[in-house]
Write a new protein. Structure first.
Length: 355
């Protein structure tokens, strides 16, 4: 691998400005364009990620993202001016590039070094340019990418941030069917409502019903069977003591679902504000989502089977820790060549700020 401890990307593209949102703020027009993404290439032609940019109000927002395993970002430098780098009398040549047009990345407004991350984002103030509709914004962006080792770790989730936040593939099974609000899948997201005394806010499954839930991050098991990794809260108030509600829990990782366990709620409680908690240990894997299925048995119509999910809590996050090596490459984005004897590219962005 060719080694470059100092490198740069300068890239070019022309896009249409598409306002995303507008709001009045002291007579200034505030809007955001759509994100534009372009390939990030290491060396001369190895695609390792993307660089995305957009103009939002008086700011240029940017994101560097690695998409290929084994690479990390170690340096980020970025600068933007409303003057073309092809114009040797422009401000580029007073500070940001040499007389031959090679960029001085250490002089850029954004100058971050000593990183070892999979993605990096930030913003650059543009208010001094006072751009008008149809003006061009020329962006010079730099990255150094290095080969890196990735270690997955299971860490304790932050309190209050460990509850399920989204769902997909909700199937309402054979249950009472009344009231219809019981079958609203959004009602099992967030903190279990029964903890605050709300016993009406839950999601019913019904026999053969199921739901897939995901969290802010990938989840995992900590390897200690004495500490629960997953908690499923069910509302059980006014439960008939003859009802036996059985659920199957599965974890999705390595491209498929894997068995975690089953739990039987035969609490039979008639307490008005009762909640039954099923505890599970998860495998030591990075889990993308979990699936809960009601597998209660019995003749059709014989029993009422409606496992009522009040909330689902994951106690451990799966995180990645990166360690960069000294095998590094300059990286660049596809576009028009920047002046100078290098691989540099620049990005040309139509833009407007309202007075």
């Amino acid at each position: 691998m060719k080694k470059f401890l100092v490198g740069f990307i300068l890239f070019s593209m022309v896009v249409s400005v598409i306002p995303g949102a507008m709001a009045d703020d002291t007579d200034k027009c505030i809007w955001c364009t759509e994100w534009e993404s372009y390939g990030l290439c290491a060396g001369q032609n190895e695609l390792v990620g993307n660089v995305s940019v957009r103009v939002c109000g008086d700011n240029l927002e940017y994101k560097y993202e690695i998409t290929e395993p084994g690479w990390c970002i170690s340096e980020v430098h970025l600068m933007a001016l409303n003057e073309s780098p092809n114009d040797t009398s422009s401000s580029w040549y007073t500070k940001y590039v040499t007389k031959k047009g090679n960029p001085k990345v250490g002089q850029f407004e954004i100058n971050e070094e000593g990183l070892c991350v999979n993605e990096y984002s930030g913003s650059l103030k543009l208010d001094e340019f006072k751009l008008c509709w149809g003006d061009k914004l020329y962006i010079a962006a730099h990255a150094v990418v290095c080969s890196c080792d990735i270690e997955k770790k299971c860490v304790e989730a932050d309190e209050g941030e460990s509850w399920a936040v989204g769902f997909e593939n909700y199937i309402a099974g054979n249950g009472t069917g009344n009231p219809i609000a019981r079958y609203d899948p959004y009602r099992c997201l967030g903190v279990a409502n029964v903890l605050s005394g709300d016993r009406e806010n839950f999601t019913s499954l019904g026999r053969d019903g199921s739901i897939e839930l995901f969290f802010e991050n990938e989840i995992c098991g900590d390897g200690n069977e004495c500490t629960p990794d997953l908690e499923v809260y069910e509302i059980t108030y006014n439960q008939n003591k003859n009802w036996k509600e059985l659920i199957l829990v599965e974890a999705y990782y390595e491209g498929g679902y894997h068995y975690v366990g089953t739990a039987l709620n035969a609490n039979g409680s008639t307490a008005v504000n009762d909640s039954f908690i099923n505890y599970f240990n998860l495998p030591c894997e990075c889990i993308e989502k979990i699936r809960i299925t009601d597998i209660s048995t019995g003749a059709s119509g014989e029993q009422v089977f409606d496992y009522d999910i009040d909330g689902v809590k994951a106690n451990y996050w799966c995180i990645s820790e990166y360690t960069c090596t000294d095998e590094c490459e300059t990286a660049w984005g596809n576009g028009e060549s920047f002046p100078g004897n290098n691989w540099a590219m620049y990005f040309e962005y139509p833009n407007c700020m309202c007075d």
